[in-house]
Design a protein around this ligand. Structure first.
Ligand code: ZN
Length: 416
């Protein structure tokens, strides 16, 4: 079936094979995507040579200058937004105004996980269909997809949106501590957010994919107050906070197991200052992962219930969980959008998988937090080795990814 459509297409008869009004635009977009490939590679080269680790304020400023200039050249009104916390680098926000009705947003991040000087040991390098470089997949490839898709759409005169916003943040790899709230707020003003983190390249993955879920992070703290006393002369007058903490850690260690979609592990602890005193204070910290939106509330309630049971009378125990990056859980609208993406890939005779969940966190969680916008992740280039060594992108993904983004934006803008 696919083969016969391909033959028809190559014979210029695709209009007969498809009732879609986009059939003519398809060929145009595909040709434009093919033509854009060398320019995409040039942009990747430019960006990889700008080292931009999350704490590299100078490098991040260069990335902001570069991306802002590119957005301006495409006709965007641009803005630099100081991030509230973290290294203090700027976000770049570009705004386009169109003539349609939909509000669309594209996000990617400018920072990488690498220390300054990484290019000395892991330089930009082309090897067949792989291009290596720190941050080239995560997430400079995502920035390149956005910039070059918008260039293609600009060239065909597409303005079928009410507004189109681009957000590039400088702190994704450190939890988006300064930009996350801004991303949430911006996303809520849009109908759709396409997040452009990389997708895993074949053959590491079977096929390229779009992603519908990512775990969120949180921290847990437990505090125990006891009563100090001489450990040798009058231990019976003290209330040992360390022993009570040990009791609480043991009885709460499996608390998350009864709440599917949550995970809690106690990882740090502190108690006592000197050997000869019954400690009056002890505390511990937990790493928490969440894949359900209300996981934090459920964990808090379960912990509160557990800690009521005390080993040592007269001790006080308090436990708190604090939200970090919210989990990303796409809804049915997100799933429908991902299927739309699959149909677009099928036009190129390529298979696109839908990935349900990853352990890595993403800004899609901030964008989807309120549930207002439809959010789907992984519109960046295909690659591998990110957060590791020898990070690369697969150049075979450039054309399909540009085609997917441009074609999908046109469909979304046109949707009733
Ligand atoms: Zn990333």
């Amino acid at each position: 079936m696919k083969r016969s459509i391909k033959l028809l297409a190559s014979a210029g008869l695709i209009a007969l094979a498809s009732s879609s009004a986009f059939a003519a635009a398809d060929d145009k977009l595909r040709a434009a995507a093919e033509q854009a490939q060398p320019a995409v590679i040039e942009s990747l080269h430019d960006m990889v040579l700008i080292e931009s680790g999350s704490s590299d304020v100078e490098g991040l400023k260069k990335m902001a200058d570069y991306t802002e200039a590119r957005l301006k050249a495409l006709g965007a009104k641009t803005e630099r937004r100081k991030t509230a916390k973290g290294a203090g680098a700027d976000m770049v926000i570009g705004a386009f105004e169109g003539t349609g009705s939909k509000k669309l947003m594209l996000i990617a991040h400018m920072d990488t996980v690498y220390e300054h000087g990484i290019l000395d040991t892991q330089p930009y390098k082309v090897d067949g269909n792989r291009i290596y470089g720190p941050g080239i997949a995560d997430d400079k490839g995502g920035i390149a997809v956005i910039l070059h898709s918008l260039k293609i759409l600009n060239d065909v005169g597409w303005r079928d949106y009410a507004k189109l916003t681009v957000s590039f943040n400088p702190d994704e790899e450190v939890g988006s501590i300064g930009s996350g709230e801004i991303i949430s707020e911006l996303a809520d003003q849009h109908d759709v957010v396409l997040s452009c983190e990389p997708t895993v390249a074949p053959p590491v993955a079977k096929n390229e994919s779009l992603l519908l879920g990512a775990s969120g992070t949180a921290t847990g703290t437990i505090d125990v107050k006891g009563k100090a006393s001489h450990a040798g002369a009058a231990p019976q007058l003290g209330r040992n906070a360390l022993l009570e903490l040990a009791h609480q850690l043991l009885q709460t260690q499996d608390v998350a197991k009864s709440i599917p979609g949550t995970q809690l592990n106690w990882t740090t602890a502190k108690a006592g200052t000197v050997r000869n005193q019954i400690p009056d204070h002890a505390s511990a910290g937990a790493d928490i992962r969440l894949t359900i939106p209300d996981g934090l509330q459920k964990l808090q309630a379960a912990l509160d219930e557990k800690v009521k049971n005390r080993l040592i009378p007269d001790t006080e125990v308090s436990v708190t969980v604090t939200a970090g990056r919210p989990p990303f859980v796409a809804d049915d609208r997100g799933r429908a959008l991902a299927r739309q993406g699959q149909a677009i890939y099928a036009e190129l005779d390529r298979k696109l998988d839908i990935a349900e969940m990853t352990g890595g966190a993403t800004d899609a969680g901030y964008a989807a937090r309120s549930g207002k916008a439809v959010v789907v992740e992984s519109f960046g280039l295909a690659g591998w080795g990110y957060h590791a060594r020898d990070e690369y992108i697969d150049t075979n993904s450039i054309v399909p990814r540009l085609y997917l983004m441009t074609r999908l934006l046109m469909e979304l803008g046109n949707a009733k």
